[in-house]
Design a binder for this molecule. Structure first.
Ligand SMILES: [Zn+2]
Length: 428
């Protein structure tokens, strides 16, 4: 094969032609990118530094850097020949992966050179199957299917090779949910034991002191016939919603109820629980770390997942539909993965300091007042046979009278502008 032909084929494969120039390794600040590069040039066309050919090499060709950048771009984006989906210019995608990778003094200059040399007018699509926006797109299709087409989607088999078209609504739901199993069964170590004796705070809103009796029964989960539709559970299915401290639970209550007071109980567990901990800010490896790219994809998915399941829903009646996606996700994560969990922790939307809220898979029968001869709070004794009472396990949560406190809620509102780029890329 002729030299020229071989070069042309190489250029086609990587998506750009010969690039003139070189850059000091010192201008590259991304450690993962730096690790893959070796100095072999004695001139930097970015800052103008020049040393004799005989000296120690300190720069790397821009063509090599461009190869790394485009390799990263191709991990998160693909060229959609049919222009069916949302598209981004080559400049957008280069900035998306390489922003922050270079010394801020030279960043604009370096990226301008790369964009100028690489841009052949191609339009890029996110959602290669691994990328961030692919997850958001899948969530949206899942949420639409669950809200408006089918609730019990996980009764059908998931589709293994993901094709956007031609999936039935139950297949859309089943396939999306199947991909979430990794959070429980996968290698992320998100399921953690929580020792017996841990406090979980639950509360109820009040217009005035005394409106809600100070008992475990009244502060525990509602009975099945009174359990309202909630973010993680459908109407009629009681769950123990709580938070890690009284202030957070009072703020959570204030976010969906106008009453000025909250009566809060500090429940303590009587056994170890296993809780799926959805972090506010998962550790996200850099795009230039090739070995950790699968981990990065999962972490980005996780961050988006947490953002999507915690986004505020205004309780104006639509929540019965708007909560459907998170309700279905919760049921799936509770019942389907091999690892069994007692609940899910996620960051409270009402806490600036990353305090956690919980949905724990327990009802009123799992809660009792603390102290000797503690009885489960909710069940009316006369409805139960002595046999059932004897078989019932000890309550998982107890509440001592001295652990009940009264809170006045504080409300404040503010606003911040979202930049266009942030909006387009889902808050990178
Ligand atoms: Zn330089």
């Amino acid at each position: 094969m002729g030299m020229a032909k071989q070069m042309m084929m190489e250029h086609d494969a990587r998506g750009f032609g010969y690039i003139d120039g070189a850059i000091c390794l010192d201008h590259i600040v991304d450690e993962d990118l730096l690790r893959d590069l070796e100095a072999d040039e004695n001139t930097c066309t970015i800052c103008g530094r020049m040393e004799p050919e005989s000296g120690v090499a300190f720069a790397v060709s821009l063509e090599t850097v461009a190869g790394e950048v485009m390799d990263a771009v191709k991990h998160d984006f693909w060229v959609d020949e049919d222009n069916r989906y949302s598209t981004h210019s080559t400049g957008d995608v280069i900035w998306h992966v390489a922003e922050g990778a270079f010394d801020p003094r030279y960043e604009e200059q370096v990226l301008s050179v790369l964009v100028e040399q690489i841009d052949n007018g191609a339009e890029w699509t996110d959602g290669s199957g691994e990328a961030l926006d692919g997850f958001v797109g899948r969530w949206e299709r899942f949420a639409h299917a669950v809200k408006h087409q089918v609730r019990s989607g996980f009764a059908v088999a998931p589709v293994t090779s993901y094709v956007r078209h031609d999936l039935t609504p139950p297949q859309v739901v089943a396939t999306f949910l199947h991909e979430l199993r990794i959070y429980v069964d996968g290698p992320l170590n998100l399921v953690q034991p929580v020792p017996a004796g841990t406090s979980f705070f639950r509360g109820r809103p009040m217009a005035q002191p005394g409106e809600v009796p100070s008992t475990a029964k009244d502060l525990g989960p509602a009975s099945a016939d009174k359990a309202a539709a909630n973010r993680m559970s459908a109407q009629g299915i009681p769950h123990f919603y709580g938070a890690e401290d009284a202030e957070t639970v009072a703020a959570e209550i204030a976010s969906h109820d106008p009453k000025p007071l909250a009566l809060v109980g500090e429940f303590k567990t009587t056994r170890e629980l296993r809780i799926l901990n959805l972090p506010a800010k998962p550790d996200i490896p850099g795009i230039f770390n090739r070995e950790r790219r699968p981990e990065r994809d999962r972490a980005l998915w996780l961050r988006e997942f947490v953002r999507l399941v915690t986004q505020p829903v205004i309780p104006d009646g639509r929540e019965r539909v708007e909560y459907a996606p998170t309700q279905v996700v919760t049921e799936y994560l509770r019942w389907v993965p091999e690892v069994k969990i007692d609940g899910i922790a996620f960051p409270s939307a009402q806490s600036d300091s990353g305090k956690k809220t919980f949905v724990l898979f327990f009802g009123p029968e799992d809660v009792a007042p603390a102290g000797p001869g503690a009885e489960p709070a909710q069940c009316e004794k006369e409805e139960e046979s002595p046999m059932r009472l004897a078989l019932r396990p000890d309550p998982t949560f107890t509440l001592a009278q001295e652990d009940i406190s009264l809170w006045r809620v504080k409300r404040s509102y503010g606003a911040e502008q979202i930049s266009e780029l942030e909006f387009e890329f889902g808050a990178m």
